[in-house]
Design a protein around this ligand. Structure first.
Ligand SMILES: Nc1nc2c(c(=O)[nH]1)N[C@H]1C(S)=C(S)[C@@H](COP(=O)(O)OP(=O)(O)OC[C@H]3O[C@@H](n4cnc5c(N)ncnc54)[C@H](O)[C@@H]3O)O[C@H]1N2
Ligand code: MOO
Length: 401
C-alpha cells in the first residue's frame, strides 16, 4: 500500500492549472492572478496634500508672518497657478499641491482673515505632502502572478487603475456518489436507505478550495449506471467519486468507470480512515475515488482532493499545513496505516495547544467529525504516546471548511 505522501505526490504530479478568464474586481476575491499586475498610473498621481490647510513655501512661514491668499485648489480641482513668495493657496486633504509650494500649513496653525493668512507655526519642508508615486509608480508590479487575491490586493489593483483582472478559471469538479442505499437529503428514505451526506459535504469542500462543484445524482450499484452518470466527464477538470471503492461485491466504481476509459494509477493507501482511495484518469481528466464512509470521504477530501483542486485552481500552497500540539490523552501504538484521529483542541495557561482524540473514531460518525477541531496525525508504526507528548495536527478550526 502506498504512503500518504507518495499518494499525494502521484496525484499532484501532472495536474495543470486551469486557463485564464477575466473577472471584475468585485468577483476576484480568492481567485488566482494569472499574470503579474502592473500599475497603470503613479499613486498618488501627483504631489498631494495629506491635510486640510494651506500650500506654502516653508521659508515664508516664520510665526506671525502674513501670507496673501491667491486662490484655492479643492480635491479634484487643482489650482492652476504657482505659489509665489509670500503667497498661499487654500488646500484640502487630497488636493494637488500647486507648483512653488513645498509644505502644507495645517489650518490649526493658521488664522485666515479674508485674503490674509497669519502663520502660527512653521511647517517643515515637505511636511504633509504625499509625493507623487510614493505608494507605487506606473509600470511597477503590484500583484505577482499566482497570488490568491485578498481584499487588500483588490484595493491595490483598483488603485492601480484596473477594472478587471485575469484569474484562473475555477476548476469544475464533478462529484459522483454511488450506492443503492443513497437518497437525496430530505426525500423519503427507503428501508436500509441513508441520506446522501457525502455529495453536499464534498461540494462545500470543493467550493472552499476554489473549485466549482457539479453534483451528479447518486449512481445505482451497477457498472452501467456508474458509467452512464459519468458520461461527458471530458469537459470537467476533476472527477470525485464517493463510495463503491472497497472490496465488496457491489463496489463497482472501477468497473463502471473502466467502461468509459478509466486507467487506474493506484487503489489502496496506508491511511485510516481512507484505505480504499483510488487515483486514475479518464482521458485527460484526473479521477479520485474516495471511500464511502463519510468521515473517510471528508478526511481523504482534505488530504488529497483539496491539494488537487488547489493545484488545478493555480494555488501555490497546496497541502494543508501541519501544526504541533500537546497530546491531551494517551494513544496506543499504531499499525501500518497513517492515522488521522478526530480531536478537540484547547489551550493550557502557557498558551500551548492541546489535542485530545475522541474515544470513538468510527469513520461513519459525522457528528464527531463536525465537532472536531483538528486531526491528530499518527505515522505508520508510531509507538504508544503519552499525554503531554508533542504530536502533529492538521487544524480544522482555522480552515472554515
Ligand atoms: N472486507 C472489507 N471491507 C471493507 C474494507 C476492507 O478493506 N475489507 N474497507 C473498509 C473501509 S476502510 C472503508 S472506508 C469502506 C469503504 O467502502 P466503499 O468506498 O466501498 O464505500 P461503500 O461501501 O459504498 O459505503 C461505505 C459506507 O458509507 C456509506 N455511504 C456511502 N456513500 C454515502 C453517501 N454519499 N452519503 C452517506 N453515506 C454514504 C454507505 O452506506 C456505507 O455505510 O469499506 C470498508 N469495508
Ligand atoms: O477508510 Mo475506512 O474509513 O478506514 O473505514
Amino acid at each position: 500500500m502506498l504512503s500518504v505522501a507518495e499518494a499525494q505526490a502521484r496525484i499532484l504530479a501532472d495536474l495543470v492549472p486551469t486557463g485564464p478568464e477575466l473577472v471584475s474586481l468585485a468577483e476576484s476575491w480568492g481567485r488566482i492572478a494569472v499574470a503579474d499586475i502592473a500599475a497603470r498610473l503613479d499613486n498618488p498621481p501627483a504631489d498631494m496634500s495629506a491635510m486640510d490647510g494651506y500650500a506654502v513655501r516653508a521659508e515664508d512661514c516664520a510665526p506671525g508672518n502674513v501670507l496673501s491668499l491667491v486662490g484655492e485648489g479643492p480635491a479634484g480641482h487643482p489650482f492652476p497657478g504657482r505659489v509665489g513668495s509670500g503667497e498661499t493657496v487654500r488646500l484640502y486633504t487630497g488636493s494637488v499641491v500647486p507648483q512653488g509650494a513645498d509644505a502644507i500649513l495645517i489650518q490649526e496653525n493658521a488664522r485666515q482673515d479674508a485674503e490674509r493668512v497669519t502663520v502660527a507655526a512653521t511647517p517643515g519642508v515637505g511636511q504633509h505632502i504625499r509625493r507623487r508615486g510614493q505608494d507605487f509608480a506606473r509600470g511597477e508590479m503590484v500583484v505577482p502572478a499566482g497570488r490568491a487575491l485578498t481584499a487588500r490586493d483588490i484595493g491595490l489593483v483598483a488603485a492601480a487603475n484596473h477594472a478587471w483582472v485575469a484569474v484562473r478559471r475555477r476548476p469544475v469538479v464533478v462529484i459522483l456518489s454511488t450506492g443503492d442505499e443513497i437518497a437525496l437529503p430530505g426525500d423519503p428514505i427507503a428501508p436500509g436507505g441513508i441520506a446522501n451526506s457525502n455529495t453536499p459535504m464534498l461540494a462545500a469542500l470543493v467550493r472552499a478550495c476554489g473549485g466549482e462543484p457539479v453534483m451528479l445524482p447518486a449512481a445505482r450499484d451497477t457498472a452501467p449506471d456508474i458509467a452512464r452518470l459519468a458520461q461527458g466527464i471530458e469537459t470537467a477538470d476533476l472527477l470525485l467519486t464517493v463510495g463503491g471503492a472497497s472490496v465488496g461485491r457491489y463496489d463497482l466504481v472501477q468497473q463502471g468507470l473502466e467502461r468509459i476509459g478509466l486507467t487506474v494509477d493506484f487503489w489502496k493507501i496506508a491511511m485510516r480512515p481512507g484505505k480504499p482511495l483510488m487515483h486514475g484518469r479518464i482521458g485527460r481528466v484526473p479521477v479520485l475515488g474516495l471511500p464511502g464512509n463519510p468521515v473517510a470521504a471528508l478526511v481523504c477530501g482534505l488530504i488529497f482532493a483539496l491539494p488537487a483542486i488547489r493545484a488545478l485552481a493555480g494555488h501555490q500552497e497546496r497541502c494543508l499545513p501541519e501544526d504541533r500540539a500537546i497530546l491531551g490523552g494517551d494513544l496506543p501504538e499504531n499499525d501500518r496505516r497513517a492515522d488521522y484521529l478526530r480531536a478537540t483542541l484547547s489551550r493550557v495557561p502557557d498558551g500551548s495547544l492541546v489535542a485530545t482524540a475522541f474515544d470513538r473514531q468510527d469513520s461513519a460518525m459525522l457528528h464527531i467529525l463536525a465537532s472536531s477541531q483538528a486531526l491528530i496525525l499518527r505515522p505508520p508504526f508510531a509507538p504508544p504516546a503519552r499525554a503531554g507528548e508533542s504530536c502533529r495536527v492538521v487544524r480544522l478550526d482555522t480552515l472554515s471548511i
